[in-house]
Design a protein around this ligand. Structure first.
Ligand code: ADP
Ligand code: MG
Length: 318
């Protein structure tokens, strides 16, 4: 696989925060930077885009060192969380902006704008002003504006974070098929692990400006290499079992009225639709179990149950 972007010992220090990173992004890859708020995701993206100058290290794109290139010479597009559309320009002119800067003719611009507007299903919005658009529509316009100049790499900073759950899911699906269709290299920033796992081929997990782990959804969920990753990605139970410390995912615990490894009492049940969360208190621990709702529909709060810990899954978290 060809490397599209390589970050080599990239460092940037602020008064009480610093990033120090090395990782690569393959051509055509959808890569997410995942981490809690304040872990350095935006700083990393701004270093790649050229808005922030590193103290040391280098940024390679297609084999060439672009560390000292100004943003407009990098051919890297960016979509911001708050859309950053130009309020005084209509949708057409917002999308056309980058082409105008590049000096394309009006006829070319019209063709290209109409074309990308069709692809993103926003052709009906072209004459509207940005302040008349919903959040989801604004984000599509921002995506069109970034994509129309055919960047080599597209950076996205929590683009779905301020949208309603339903629209967020819809745009997430669209983004995935959009990436499949265009095959562009995308570096996507999010603090939402589900979003990162849904969208990405690989995830770079950041914590305090450092890379904790790089891997796909299965790697980081089932083979976390650090305590931080184990606790950040999904829920994990820390259970004392026959004198041993065991870490086990909520869905890997069996629950039965008849028999099992340890006895407990159901404290609460949260019905979440297709799956439900059962909180069980044992003598020593508070344990969360996740099951298909239809599998636990006969359980009640206050009831005594047994929990079962299969052998195969536990191994992953020792
Ligand atoms: P994230 O996007 O993961 O939430 P950021 O990269 O925005 O994290 O910020 C990481 C840390 O860097 C924060 O503590 C923030 O205050 C600090 N930081 C970011 N930009 C600057 C700056 N220009 N000056 C000083 N500190 C900054
Ligand atoms: Mg950020």
């Amino acid at each position: 696989m060809k490397e599209k972007i390589v970050l080599k010992g990239l460092k940037k220090s602020y008064a009480d925060f610093s990033v120090a990173l090395s990782f690569n992004v393959y051509e055509g890859e959808f890569l997410s930077l995942l981490g809690p708020s304040g872990s350095g995701k935006t700083t990393t993206l701004h270093l790649i885009a050229g808005f922030v100058t590193p103290d040391s290290g280098s940024i390679i794109k297609d084999g060439a060192d672009i560390t000292n290139f100004p943003p407009e010479k990098r051919n890297i597009g960016i979509v911001f969380q708050d859309y950053a559309l130009f309020p005084y320009l209509n949708v057409f002119s917002n999308i056309a902006f980058g082409l105008k800067v590049k000096g394309r003719t009006n006829a070319e611009i019209r063709d290209l704008v109409e074309n990308i507007a069709r692809t993103l299903e926003i052709e009906k919005l072209l004459r509207k002003s940005p302040d008349k658009l919903s959040g989801g529509e604004k984000q599509r316009v921002a995506l069109a504006r970034a994509m129309i100049v055919k960047p080599d790499v597209l950076l996205m900073d929590e683009p779905l974070a301020s949208l309603d759950a339903k629209i967020r899911e819809r745009l997430r699906e669209d983004l995935k098929s959009f990436h499949k269709k265009f095959g562009i290299t995308i570096i996507y920033v999010t603090h939402d692990q589900t979003e990162a796992m849904y969208l990405s081929e690989r995830i770079v997990l950041l914590n305090q400006g450092r890379v904790e782990q790089i891997g796909n959804a299965i790697d980081i969920y089932y083979h976390p290499q650090t305590e931080f990753v184990r606790d950040f990605v999904g829920k994990i139970n820390h259970v004392k079992l026959k004198g041993r410390d065991v870490f086990v995912r909520p869905e890997d615990i069996g629950i039965s009225k008849m028999k099992g490894d340890i006895k407990g009492r159901i404290k609460e049940i949260f019905y979440l639709g297709g799956v439900s969360e059962v909180r069980v208190e044992t003598e020593s621990d508070a344990i969360t179990v996740v099951k298909l709702t239809k599998e636990i529909i006969d359980l009640k709060e206050g009831e005594e149950v047994y929990l079962n810990f299969g052998e195969e899954r536990k191994e992953n978290f020792k």
